[in-house]
Design a protein around this ligand. Sequence first.
Ligand SMILES: Cc1cc2nc3c(=O)[nH]c(=O)nc-3n(C[C@H](O)[C@H](O)[C@H](O)COP(=O)(O)OP(=O)(O)OC[C@H]3O[C@@H](n4cnc5c(N)ncnc54)[C@H](O)[C@@H]3O)c2cc1C
Length: 405
Amino acid sequence: MADIKKVIVIGAGYTGMLAALGAAKRAKGRVHVTLVNPWERFTERLRMHQIATGQKLAEHRIPDLVAGTGIDFVQGRATGIDTAAHVVTVSTGDDSQVFLGYDTLVYAIGSTTDTGRVPGVAEHAFTLDAPQSAQDMAAHLARRDNGEFLVCGAGLTGIEAATEIAESHPNVRVTLLSRGEPAAMMGARARAYLVAALDRLGVSVRAGVSVTKVLPDGVELEGGEFVAGDGCLWTTGVRVVPLATEAGIATDEHGRIRTDAMLRSVSHPEIYAVGDAAAIPQAYGVLHGTCQSGMPTAAHAAENIARQLQGKQLKPFRFGYLHQPVSLGRKDAVIQFTYGDDTPRRWYITGRAAIFYKETVSSSPVKTYGLAKRLAISSRMLATTGGKRNKPVAWGRFGPASFTG
Ligand SMILES: Cc1cc2nc3c(=O)[nH]c(=O)nc-3n(C[C@H](O)[C@H](O)[C@H](O)COP(=O)(O)OP(=O)(O)OC[C@H]3O[C@@H](n4cnc5c(N)ncnc54)[C@H](O)[C@@H]3O)c2cc1C
């Protein structure tokens, strides 16, 4: 009988799910895959701003998503990695722990909002990290339907949240506070469209300010100005919990595992890192955390795990960004198309075509899991392969009429 290798995947978010399904499919009969996650419910992080404004989403259970694949699901939180003994400690609640031995480990624990840099954030601000925090924010908005709400950070997450709140709670006065201009990474015309949408929805934008303290009834800005608000959402900056760093695995300044081109840890090659929890070098720099880049990393890690078991040469990972999709409430959106290095192209789409595009993006991971049970999904099937001038692969289906160039 073949020697069955133990693959442990920690984190069953977007990337951990696909890495587990991919490894189980590609190395069937050679591996036993165990997937570890604190909750049974699959968290659709792309839709967290919808939960935070009181929308009811479809529920996907992890055991159902992996049913029939032979993957074991362990509900619990990984609390330690013994890299010498190849054992992960998992806290399963009520002071109980299980110890899972591995031949190969896939690190897919994602990232969380950095609530440690500014005083008061952890105590007084909501985040979009977990369903509970998003549900708490929804309950708050329902109670204060005519209050003042502050959104700190005008990156894509802050913009999606601010527009969603303004649209679903028209009596709430929403203010977006940010150091830089909203969506500074987009091209000028897509950004102008986005700024007009913020204005139409009544979102006040205060750019060029720095929040230095979050209080129960507002925030303090650099220079001492107080901005009143009976609720605050924090979206600026992410970090990875220090699980890998504490285990002595080489990480970067954000706590992400530093990988080689094959997606293996540079210090512990039996550990693969994917998604937001990985610092993956590309020709244009280190990938920044998005689902767009994370899903291909997961498919690629699964492929390399299978290739290693078959004695084949591992393949280097190459990725090029395609788009920056942003919802502007439920009735509008803007999609900025990009070069492989995520700098903006001339093209962007807005309105109905963009809503359809964004919804396709948001629902595609769960659909991909169904497909990954039957097919060996490769990173190339999910993404472009890199290079500043690479051609995006997904435009064709919307036709040139949808584009503004
Ligand atoms: C509101 C919002 C909108 C977004 N929109 C987009 C978008 O349009 N396009 C895009 O590309 N990206 C978008 N992103 C970013 C995207 O959600 C992340 O890049 C993506 O979730 C990363 O996937 P991941 O698998 O690395 O992490 P996650 O999806 O966060 O999954 C990590 C999993 O690990 C689990 N976990 C954590 N710690 C442990 C532990 N110690 N033990 C076991 N399990 C653990 C978590 O519970 C979670 O289930 C958005 C993010 C937000 C918040």
